[in-house]
Design a protein around this ligand. Sequence first.
Ligand SMILES: NC(=O)c1ccc[n+]([C@@H]2O[C@H](COP(=O)([O-])OP(=O)(O)OC[C@H]3O[C@@H](n4cnc5c(N)ncnc54)[C@H](O)[C@@H]3O)[C@@H](O)[C@H]2O)c1
Length: 377
Amino acid sequence: MRTIGVGLIGTGYMGKCHALAWTGVRAVFGDGPVVRRVMLCEVEEELARRRADEFGFEKATADWKALIADPAVDVVSITTPNALHAPMAIAALEAGKHVWCEKPMAPSLAESERMAAAARASGKAAILGYNYIQSPAARFIGKLLKDSAIGRLNHFRVEMDEDYLADAEAPFSWRSEQSAGYGALDDFAVHPLSLITTLIGRPAAVFGEMSKPYPDRADGAGRRAVETYDIATALLRMEDGVAGAIHVNRCAWGRKGLLQLQFFGSRGMIVFDQERFNEVNVYVAEGPAEGQGFRQVLMGPAHPPYEKFVVASGHQMGFNDLKIVEAHELLNRIAGKPSLTIDFEAGLQIERIIHSIARSSLEGRWVAMDPSVAASP
Ligand SMILES: NC(=O)c1ccc[n+]([C@@H]2O[C@H](COP(=O)([O-])OP(=O)(O)OC[C@H]3O[C@@H](n4cnc5c(N)ncnc54)[C@H](O)[C@@H]3O)[C@@H](O)[C@H]2O)c1
């Protein structure tokens, strides 16, 4: 396909990231089809027109069904609140479009299953916005683990913290509504799980805990009860016996975009933090004890696909670049080439883990991911 037509639904935080990705992907990678930004959709016509003008889309609409029906649209970017992912993705797939849907897949497992079934039936590419697996650092860590650079993996710990809901007076938004899911689990924990399932494998059993730091938030002139859990912790027992933990908190004052991975091995460890995502720190216990310490590896052209963005070392990639890589991986997938993406099938596995962690928290017990695996510790 020489040209691919893009439709974008939603133009908030993630909508702009998708728009930038579609704008930059061919220039960065120098391959794939010419991307035609066909139509964009927002809740109001006037806003949609303004955004289409800013983002360089040919047409604007306030009706997402019209966008999906447009024959010039081949692929639909869905960047709306969580509750809208399932109806929009399913309609797009049924209309024969490829789909790039933001995470999480959907608030309920039944909807996620319907999305995966629609993707299966359509035969189209359907992927989720798990951008953190796309970083040069994540790929480098994957290589280190595969090469047993830190020996046998014994343990991992992942933390994801931000403070955008830390202020008890931050107003009520769709993110605090039950329709968005459990809260920090759907908003944050899915990201650590995208990395864990990509880099290590799947859990056999999980134990979860969810908590709600603030009972209500300002909503117009009054207060509205918070329906979600903004903090969550999960213990994971992996299929190969490795133990791990995930801690997520969206009320963590001081944390702006912490996504810290720690892998502990029999010969050393790896530390990475998304707040400094051009650096990977590796400790290997070798040589004289007085010389042992962490080695900081700065991402550069030797760490693909950094070299596609800038040829010079030490100049650093940024968050939006991950979305450009993700768009490229989607285009590879559409073209039938090898592609590093979390498709709806893999996304459904992540949703199953999320729902099992929530169930564990509500029932106060280990939950086996597979009934044939013993649940008790
Ligand atoms: N991948 C990531 O790192 C990442 C980061 C943040 C958010 N997200 C995900 O992206 C999604 C959107 O989050 P956000 O932070 O961009 O939210 P947002 O509130 O900034 O943007 C959502 C946009 O969707 C629009 N919208 C709502 N209903 C619509 C409809 N019916 N038709 C057209 N437009 C509609 C809203 O007007 C708004 O502009 C969420 O699912 C969220 O979980 C992913």
